[in-house]
Design a protein around this ligand. Structure first.
Ligand code: GTP
Length: 229
């Protein structure tokens, strides 16, 4: 694990625009150019820990469900346009009793992955309440993505994909269904977030804006994901 914090030095450009200057950071085990803090949110048992473990280790945590206590994090470095992007991913406890602990971490998160479980109507219905919490505690420009997890459990599905899409559209956030069990769309979700954050941090005034929705759609079609959800 890196012992150095990724350094994004905020400098003023000639025209007064704030620009990030990248500094290369290195440590024995990990090498990265730029780092971002990402949080996983959503009701207990929607699969936040499993999605993180799938992304970090490529494995599925089956078996008995052990609820997260408080908050924990893991790092993963991904390549985005020749830059090493470190995602520091915070896995929060979904249980109500830990809410005050996790609120304290929202403020410096640059992206939030908000999960529900496609086999749990209540976890989907609670998404609006989660979005209110995000509004109250997170930065205004935080990147939000909605994920309908457990897409492998087709027989138990109670939330249609169109319902997830509709809700995401209403809030103007990208959406996809994922499965921590099969891995469908898990890497894509984190990569899309990494790309969006990297583009925001390094965007030149004359460069076209990165379109996260378009990126997700193009990658979904490439991987043929949609037949799997
Ligand atoms: N079939 C299937 N099961 C899953 C998937 N993701 C998680 N699970 C199962 O759902 C249960 C809850 O998963 P967790 O990742 O621990 O849930 P969590 O959201 O982190 O829960 P809290 O820590 O309480 O907030 C576990 O039994 C997992 O094995 C998935 O994509 N498909």
């Amino acid at each position: 694990m890196s012992t150095r914090k990724a350094s994004l030095t905020d400098k003023q450009t000639k025209n007064g625009t704030s620009k990030y200057v990248l500094e290369r950071c290195a440590s024995i085990n990990e090498y990265y150019d730029i780092a971002f803090k990402v949080m996983l949110l959503g009701d207990s048992a929607v699969g936040k820990t499993c999605v993180l473990v799938r992304f970090k280790d490529g494995a599925f945590l089956g078996g008995n469900f052990i609820a997260t206590v408080g908050i924990d994090f893991r790092n993963k470095v991904v390549d985005v346009d020749n830059l090493k992007v470190k995602l520091q991913i915070w896995d929060t406890a979904g249980q109500e009793r830990f809410r005050s602990v996790t609120h304290a971490y929202y403020r410096d998160a640059q992206a939030l992955l908000l999960l529900y479980d496609i086999t749990s109507k209540s976890s989907f219905d609670n998404i609006r309440a989660w979005l209110t919490e995000i509004h109250d505690y997170a930065q205004k420009d935080v990147v939000i993505m909605l994920l309908g997890n457990k897409s492998d459990m087709a027989a138990e599905r109670v939330v249609k994909m169109e319902e997830g899409e509709k809700l995401a559209k209403e809030y103007g956030v990208p959406f996809m269904e994922t499965s921590a069990k099969t891995g469908v769309n898990v890497e894509l979700a984190f990569l899309a977030i990494a790309k969006e954050l990297k583009h925001r941090a390094t965007q030149q005034p004359n460069e076209p804006k990165f379109q996260i929705h378009d990126y997700i759609e193009s990658q979904k079609h490439k991987s043929g994901c949609c037949s799997l959800v």
